[in-house]
Design a protein around this ligand. Structure first.
Ligand SMILES: NC(=O)c1ccc[n+]([C@@H]2O[C@H](COP(=O)([O-])OP(=O)(O)OC[C@H]3O[C@@H](n4cnc5c(N)ncnc54)[C@H](OP(=O)(O)O)[C@@H]3O)[C@@H](O)[C@H]2O)c1
Length: 348
């Protein structure tokens, strides 16, 4: 039986989702993958880093987190104030990094990932900031250290996008990508297509937890830009800067625009796109996030609500479209779990 010692830094929606799956999939992991995962450490911002050599009691930990009580109340744990210091003192085989996305400098995720790779831990992450801003540096560091950095959950949560490109479509040349990569904006645009007003739907999305109290990152397209940067790096091997993505959010889309599109048998969607442009010398990719009126013949025109979708145009498969959830506790935890299993299966 293979044993993996796991650390989770960032114990919010996603970190807890992964921990829950470790409990509910314990038997499946043993039976199908001959794998036992011991959660040895967990950190959040309020309570710091806790560690227990023999493994943390996950149900008790989830209960404390649900009640927002200090994680240090768990019996028999050692405690560090700072997550990175704790990780450096205790180690493990795999770090799951699930702190909040920061698109200014990628912190604290970049430091956590760098620190784990430097001590030869594999890393799985749902955090978009570090990969959007520092993919090149972090993947190079992982290679130098002989460990893996896997990022399935950063784009469309656990819906298998990155692994499909890297493994399922290995050998195909991707020429273009178009995707609906932000559930909040798609929810708003879908409701507007059904006659609702922007302000009204946004308020409802906030109430239902689909949109943040400050919706800027979603409605102005920054979240989709982050995913576009990640795809540029992992599919095309190009590190783009955020300002190399032409960005327009959905705040300028009016009811009239939507009605006009419907009359023309079109649907307006916030589309993230990457197109290879042979004769661009310095940047051979045209990268955009913008509202686009799609004809009904396009599969993306039919993606409604918080669902995400992505179409890859390749030389051997023509068009491949993947549809699935792009957020949520278990869907995102699933992306981390799949990466964890992939590492366990491909390492000694
Ligand atoms: N939620 C989704 O559906 C989803 C989908 C795909 C990707 N993601 C990405 O996954 C990541 C986590 O998302 P989430 O929804 O779980 O966010 P969240 O609920 O806000 O959780 C973030 C966690 O990170 C902790 N944290 C922040 N700074 C830290 C630090 N310096 N050291 C240790 N812990 C720290 C927070 O601590 P406190 O609890 O003390 O505040 C919290 O536990 C984000 O990068 C997000 O973009 C999320």
């Amino acid at each position: 039986m293979k044993h993996v010692r796991l650390s989770i830094i960032g114990f919010g929606v996603v970190g807890q989702g992964l921990a829950e799956l470790l409990v509910t999939r314990k038997e499946l992991l043993r039976r199908h993958f001959d794998l036992q995962v011991t959660l040895v450490s967990v950190a959040n911002a309020r309570h710091g880093f806790i560690y227990r050599e023999d493994g943390l009691d996950i149900p008790a930990l989830l209960e404390l987190a649900a009640q927002r009580r200090p994680l240090t109340e768990l019996s028999g744990v050692k405690h560090w104030k700072d997550a990175l210091e704790g990780l450096q003192a205790t180690g493990g085989d795999i770090l799951a990094e699930a702190t909040g996305t920061n698109l200014r400098d990628g912190e604290p995720g970049v430091s956590h990932i760098r620190g784990a790779l430097a001590q030869k831990m594999h890393v799985i992450t749902a955090n978009k900031g570090p990969i959007a801003l520092a993919a090149n540096e972090l993947f190079s560091l992982a290679r130098e250290q002989g460990v893996q950095l896997r990022i399935e959950a950063t784009v469309m949560a656990g819906t298998p996008v990155i692994s499909t490109v890297h493994e399922g479509m290995a050998g195909a040349r991707v020429r273009a990508i178009r995707g609906i990569l932000n559930g909040t904006t798609n929810y708003i645009l879908s409701a507007m297509a059904n006659g609702r007003d922007y302000e009204d739907v946004l308020a409802e999305a906030q109430q239902q937890g689909y949109a943040e109290a400050d919706p800027t990152a979603d409605v102005e397209g920054y979240d989709a830009v982050a995913k576009t940067l990640i795809l540029a790096a992992v599919v095309f091997g190009h590190t783009l800067k955020p300002d190399q993505v032409q960005r327009r959010g959905i705040t300028g889309v009016s009811r009239e625009d939507i009605k006009h599109a419907i009359k023309n048998n079109e649907r307006i969607k916030l589309i993230a796109s990457l197109n290879t442009v042979e004769d661009f010398a310095d940047c051979p990719l045209d990268a955009r996030v913008e509202p686009v009126a799609l004809p009904l013949s396009d599969p993306l025109a039919h993606i409604d609500g918080v669902t995400n979708a992505i179409t890859f145009e390749t030389d051997t498969l023509s068009k491949v479209t993947i549809v699935g959830p792009g957020a949520g506790r278990l869907p995102t935890g699933q992306g981390l779990l799949a990466d964890l299993i992939a590492i366990a299966r491909t390492t000694e």
